[in-house]
Design a binder for this molecule. Structure first.
Ligand SMILES: [Zn+2]
Ligand SMILES: [Zn+2]
Length: 223
């Protein structure tokens, strides 16, 4: 579906996948593995464009529900894959992914290699805070993972937040697990200082209008 003119979301890939449609196509996050055909069908049938027009795939962090189809989409389009430098080795399979603290972390450590595997992908671009990628400003917002990023589109005043925050239709929440709660809080304060109209997150639905006002209120409500 088209969220605002020129920005689409591909449904049903379990982890929101966004496509920015301009002269070329930019994909932000790719959903769980085995959904690349769904994304390609969307590009061809709804957008009437070709996968070869995907020039950049930006990953907000290394989790499988965001990077699952990065390898396949890169293979079939020749797009460049961009991720923050602190998450690059995890998506490339060079480092073992850290599990979140607590019981959930133990469960994930056992289950992840059995059921949740994505093909490693070597990032072409390693982002740093303040870099511009495909017209978007990269804002380093660690906490959920070390290299989690938000992406700000000045043209549309949209902020893509990955799993830093989500809007479930009723309220704003933080992502389900966080590797570093202190950094997460700092990162929320960091984006609360930006002016944006719409927040698009890795899960949940768009938050609009006046998204930054609502995020500021949420940031103030944190302990
Ligand atoms: Zn995540
Ligand atoms: Zn996620």
């Amino acid at each position: 579906m088209e969220i605002v003119p020129g920005i689409h979301q591909v449904d049903g890939v379990n982890g929101n996948c966004f496509i920015i449609v301009r002269d070329d196509l930019t994909i932000i996050d790719t959903g769980m593995p085995k959904n690349s055909a769904k994304i390609v069908t969307y590009i061809q049938d709804i957008l009437k464009r070709e996968p070869s027009e995907i020039k950049t795939i930006v990953l907000t962090h290394f989790h499988i529900d965001h990077v699952g189809d990065a390898f396949d989409l890169k293979e079939l389009s020749g797009a460049k894959v961009a991720i923050h430098e602190a998450d690059a080795d995890y998506v490339a399979g060079k480092k073992t992914q850290p599990a979140p603290p607590g019981g959930m972390g133990i469960i994930m450590k056992v289950l992840m290699p059995l059921f949740f595997r994505s093909k490693p992908v070597n990032p072409d671009v390693q982002l740093k805070d303040g870099d511009t990628v495909a017209g978007l400003t990269c804002i380093h917002t660690p906490g959920h993972t070390p290299g989690s990023i938000c992406l700000f589109d000045p043209a549309s005043k949209i902020l893509f937040v990955g799993d830093l925050l989500r809007f479930n239709g009723i309220k704003i929440e933080t992502g389900p697990f966080s590797l570093d709660a202190g950094k997460l809080q700092q990162s929320i304060n960091k984006i609360a200082a930006i002016d944006f109209d719409i927040m698009l997150s890795g899960h949940g639905i768009p938050l609009r209008p006046d998204a930054s006002v609502k995020v500021r209120e949420f940031a103030k409500s944190l302990p």
